[in-house]
Design a protein around this ligand. Structure first.
Ligand SMILES: [Zn+2]
Length: 282
C-alpha cells in the first residue's frame, strides 16, 4: 500500500477551499459544463459562497452537488479528514472515533461513517481466472445463542480470485442453492475453482467450471495447485481485524464491515494511496 501520511494530507488539504478546489478539478478536469450556456465554459470561484460562477452568464454551480457532501452542513475539510482516517487504519475505525477526531456530534459522525462506508462497496462483474471458494462462520462465541443458527454464528461465503480480488457475503445459510448463484455472479464458466470437500460444491462441474478439491478432512491442505490458502488467509485476517476494533460487530453491521475490510484488502497493492481511491468515489 502506498503510504499517504497525515503531513501529506495537511499539506494538500490545508482548509475547506483546498478541498473544494480539489473536488472541482476532479469533477471537471477541464472546463465546467454550464447548463445555461450549454457548453464547457470558464468558471471562477465566488469568494463569499462555496460555488463557482460561469464567466459568461454568471450561473453558479456547486462541486458538492451529486456527491456524498451534498446537503451536508459539515465543512469539507472535516469530511476529507474523516475519509483520511478511514483510509489510514488497517482494520477500520468506528463512528465514535470520527466523532472524537473531528469534533462533530455523534449523530453527524454516524452519518459520515455510513456515507463513506457506502463508497467502499466493490462491483462484482464476473471474470475468468483461478478462484478459491470457501465458507466460514463469524461471531457467536461471546454472544451466546442470539443471532443466526444454533451457535449464534453468522455464515459468510467468500470468493477469492488468485492474484485478484476477494468478495465476501453474509448469507442466510450455506446451502448449495445459496452459494452457487453468488459464484455465478463473480466467476465465468470454464474458470478453475478450488474448494474443500464440502458437498455444497458438488454441482460446480455441472455449472461449467473446472473444479478441484482439497481434502481437508484427510488433512490434505495443498495438492499441486489445489488449495484454498488465499481465501483462508483472508478469513483469518478479517477475524483478527474484527478483534482489533470492535468487541462485537453486530450481525446488522457485519456486511458493512466486511465490505470495508475487503476494499482495503483488494487495494493494498495499488500504486495510488487508498485515501485517493476513496476520494475519487465521492
Ligand atoms: Zn454560462
Amino acid at each position: 500500500m502506498r503510504k499517504y501520511t497525515i503531513a501529506q494530507f495537511n499539506e494538500e488539504f490545508p482548509d475547506d477551499d483546498a478541498c473544494l478546489e480539489w473536488l472541482r478539478n476532479y469533477l471537471y478536469p477541464k472546463r465546467v459544463h454550464c447548463p445555461i450556456c450549454n457548453k464547457p465554459t470558464k468558471h471562477h470561484r465566488i469568494k463569499t459562497k462555496k460555488v463557482y460562477g460561469c464567466d459568461y452568464c454568471g450561473h453558479q454551480i456547486s462541486p458538492r452537488a451529486g456527491t456524498i457532501f451534498e446537503h451536508s452542513p459539515t465543512p469539507l475539510k472535516l469530511w476529507f479528514y474523516a475519509i483520511y482516517l478511514m483510509s489510514a487504519t488497517r482494520c477500520g475505525i468506528s463512528a465514535k472515533q470520527i466523532q472524537r477526531e473531528t469534533g462533530v456530534t455523534y449523530k453527524t459522525a454516524w452519518r459520515m461513517f455510513n456515507q463513506i462506508r457506502s463508497l467502499l462497496q466493490e462491483d462484482s462483474e464476473p471474470t475468468s481466472g483461478e478462484f478459491e471458494l470457501d465458507e466460514t462462520y463469524i461471531g457467536g462465541k461471546s454472544q451466546g445463542k442470539r443471532g443466526r443458527g444454533a451457535e449464534g454464528k453468522t455464515p459468510v461465503f467468500g470468493v477469492a480470485q488468485r492474484k485478484g480480488r476477494v468478495s465476501a457475503l453474509v448469507t442466510d445459510d450455506l446451502k448449495s442453492s445459496t452459494v452457487i448463484p453468488i459464484v455465478k455472479e463473480r466467476v465465468l464458466p470454464k474458470s478453475m475453482v478450488y474448494t474443500d470437500e464440502f458437498p455444497i460444491y458438488n454441482s460446480l462441474k455441472r455449472h461449467g467450471h473446472n473444479h478441484k478439491r482439497v481434502h481437508h478432512v484427510s488433512k490434505v491442505w495443498v495438492a499441486g495447485n489445489a488449495h484454498t490458502n488465499t481465501i483462508e488467509g483472508f478469513w483469518s485476517a478479517l477475524k483478527r481485524g474484527m478483534n482489533g476494533v470492535y468487541h462485537a460487530v453486530s450481525e446488522k453491521h457485519l456486511q458493512g464491515y466486511i465490505n470495508e475490510y475487503s476494499f482495503r484488502y483488494n487495494h493494498r497493492g495499488d500504486d495510488k494511496p487508498i485515501f485517493k481511491t476513496i476520494l475519487e468515489r465521492v
